[in-house]
Design a protein around this ligand. Structure first.
Ligand code: GLV
Length: 328
């Protein structure tokens, strides 16, 4: 029996490609070029499955042009690159890669928070530029983490991981806002109290964003929300570009209406709003929150296992639109 044909849209671990090759006829992208939509459509011709990453947009146009496609397995927990409604309407299964990156990403959220609040990269740049000539009492004074109020917007698994680190590791008071409130046992375990969004913005000393991107969450943090925050506050975004209005944030950082920001994700990434590169009080990282080898390998293996499970037994591990599985 011939093997189903799949496309692996970006470069990925050789061992994962080898695993896929045991089950599929694989076209891969070892040079890791970023394909245009036209190129992606051309390469998807005749393919029944796709291994995608967050930069590969699967929308109605792609689906209409690729009628053989049956599944797209994302090597990411976020899936705003998928038009799930269009995929469901076309009978194409979508899967993501949750859980395996939760603790790694929560570690990074905390690292970015600490680097931002304690001005680590800003002071390192100063030192490397040869500007450090003497100690002074307020040089690069930042804000404390321990004992401060940690606000979390988006209290899914990663948000909960950040809450636990803050409450149990650093003695922070944790408050959060989410579409739905956690049950009492989980709130107690995370030592986190539910508050309204405005109260979160007004009260947090450090605010971490971990909510999923959707048209509804576009610019959840804009000029009005930034104006509610304390002038001493730090803002950390490890969620998705587009959740923050980057132009409004750059203005708030320039005018010091908030103290600092730590950003791993950006509107229009990998291009950044130019003003973010000009302001000193921001720590910028290139979308690396889940970037440890064990986490990335687990994400890639899960995406591969979703493809294998789907074609073998109609049993993907982490389906996003499982209704598609019933239509066979
Ligand atoms: C990374 O951003 C992910 O969604 O996994």
């Amino acid at each position: 029996m011939s093997k189903p044909k799949i496309l692996v849209a970006r470069a990925v671990f050789p061992e994962v490609i080898a695993r896929l090759e045991a089950h599929f006829e694989v076209e891969s992208n070892p040079s890791d070029e970023t394909w245009s939509k036209a190129e992606l459509i051309a390469r998807l011709q005749g393919k029944e499955g796709a291994f995608t990453t967050g930069g590969d947009r699967i929308d109605a146009e792609v689906l209409a042009a690729c009628p053989q496609l049956r599944i797209c397995a994302n090597m990411a927990v976020g899936y705003n690159n998928f038009d799930i409604a269009a995929m469901t309407a076309a009978g194409v299964l979508a899967t993501n890669a949750p859980d395996v990156l939760t603790e790694t990403t929560a570690d990074f959220g905390f690292a970015l928070l600490m680097a931002t609040a304690r001005r680590i990269t800003e002071s390192e740049h100063y030192l490397r530029a040869g500007k450090w000539t003497k100690w002074s009492y307020d040089m690069f004074a930042g804000s404390d983490i321990h004992g401060a109020t940690l606000g979390i917007l988006g209290m899914g698994r990663i948000g909960q991981g950040i809450a636990r680190r803050g409450a149990h590791g650093f003695g922070m008071k944790v408050i959060y806002h989410n579409r739905s409130r956690l049950d009492a046992a989980l709130e107690a375990e995370c030592k986190a109290g539910y508050v309204g969004k405005d109260e979160l913005l007004k009260t947090a000393d450090h605010l971490v964003l971990v909510l999923p991107y959707s048209p509804e969450s576009h610019h959840t943090i804009g000029a009005a929300e930034l104006a509610l925050m304390k002038p001493t506050a730090t803002l950390v975004n490890i969620a998705r570009g587009g959740i923050v209005d980057d132009a409004a944030l750059a203005a708030a950082l320039r005018n010091k209406t908030i103290a600092a920001a730590g950003l791993d994700v950006f509107e229009g990434e990998p291009t950044l709003h130019p003003e973010l590169l000009m302001v000193p009080n921001v720590v910028l990282t290139p979308h690396i929150a889940s970037a440890t080898i064990p986490a990335r390998l687990a994400m890639a293996r899960l995406a591969a296992d979703n493809l294998i499970g789907f074609f073998k037994e109609n049993k993907p591990l982490t389906p996003l639109n499982p209704a598609v599985l019933a239509i066979k």
